[in-house]
Design a protein around this ligand. Sequence first.
Ligand code: PMP
Length: 420
Amino acid sequence: MTEFSVTEFRQQFPILQRLVNNQPLIYCDNAATTQKPQAVIEAISRQLQNTNANVHRGAHYLSAKATTLYEQARAKVAQYINAPHADQIIWTKGTTESINLLATTIGQQLLAEGDEILLSVAEHHANIVPWQQLAERCGARLVILPIDQQGRIDVDKSLPLIGDNCRFLCINHASNVLGKINDIKPLLNKAKQAGAITVLDAAQTAAHFKIDVQDLDVDFITFSAHKMFGPAGLGVLYGRRSLLDSMPPYQFGGEMIKTVSFEHTEFNQTPHKFEAGTPNLTAVIAMAECIDFLTSDLCQQSLRYEQALIAYAYQKLDQIAGLQWLVVGCPDLPIFSFTLQTGHHQDLASYLDSRGIAVRSGHHCAMPLMQALQLPGSVRVSLAPYNTFAEIDRVVQCIVEFIASEQQPSQTAANVTAIQ
Ligand code: PMP
């Protein structure tokens, strides 16, 4: 394997050439969404220019072509996560829709009064609200697994909470705020022993390492294409075959049926019974290109570089006086959430934006976690392998400038710039 070249990697992403607020863009909001490589952009445009037609319907050349590409993309994703069969991959709009699908199909099917749904305190709203609403409908209750000081689900404290009433264990592989990879296997195993269904929200991990669904032996896994250099509006839900087959459909309409009469409808088989209506076929077909990109030598090499980037960013940010981490220790993923002793997180994000640096601030769709940490919000700097060490230096420099400007209340951030 040749040495990783960040310059070569950056060249794949045309947006990185642009200016924002008259400064070179430094994109540090990758946990929200990643930028797209040229190969994926071209795949989208190629599909629209050459193979656009509805799938699984038309008796014509283009429809057959689009259907073949659509199903090939499904097979490619199945291979990427080592799913036994392509039919176990369901296309959704994203992680959010995948979890809603589960809650309203198998959730509604299996839950009864007194049953428990186990979530961690560090879930994204997408892995809380669908279950909460379902619990209210069914008379079930949510049981919340704690995290430890490092920000990972506390396995020792959580295992005893997985009891006889546990019907669903729905946890993230890594939190979108804390960037720590959870030790999921003991939790999944215990839940399985308790006869529960296991659901893994891999929205934050799918871009960073290969997930092997057979090795994890989990019932359902979901992730979003847009967080792994792919198109927005597309998600993947992998499911265990026996469960998918016995689940009711999610939505009703075209595509998910075999026969329809006014008296009765016979549903299509897995996975089509979960894909009602015209899908986001352009995104699906481009997803095949995205998987090729993720499995390319360049992308594989980038993962080692990413580890060096994490260590460097953590060390540099850690040296900033007045920067407070949300949890203890260096994150496993390039996600850095912090607050400042002086200055509001939103003001820092605006200050960085004025310097062309994109970060996120606020509750990061994890309000219960923020409540547990007793914080109104935080700033999140999240990186990808197109970020450079020099960019990290620039981010750190701007944070230090912001803190200095906040410590001199008579001078606004704007006139500090003017003085420089
Ligand atoms: N879960 C996690 C851990 C996430 O980070 C996100 C996106 N921030 C989601 C779920 C929801 O993903 P999407 O908005 O793509 O549906």
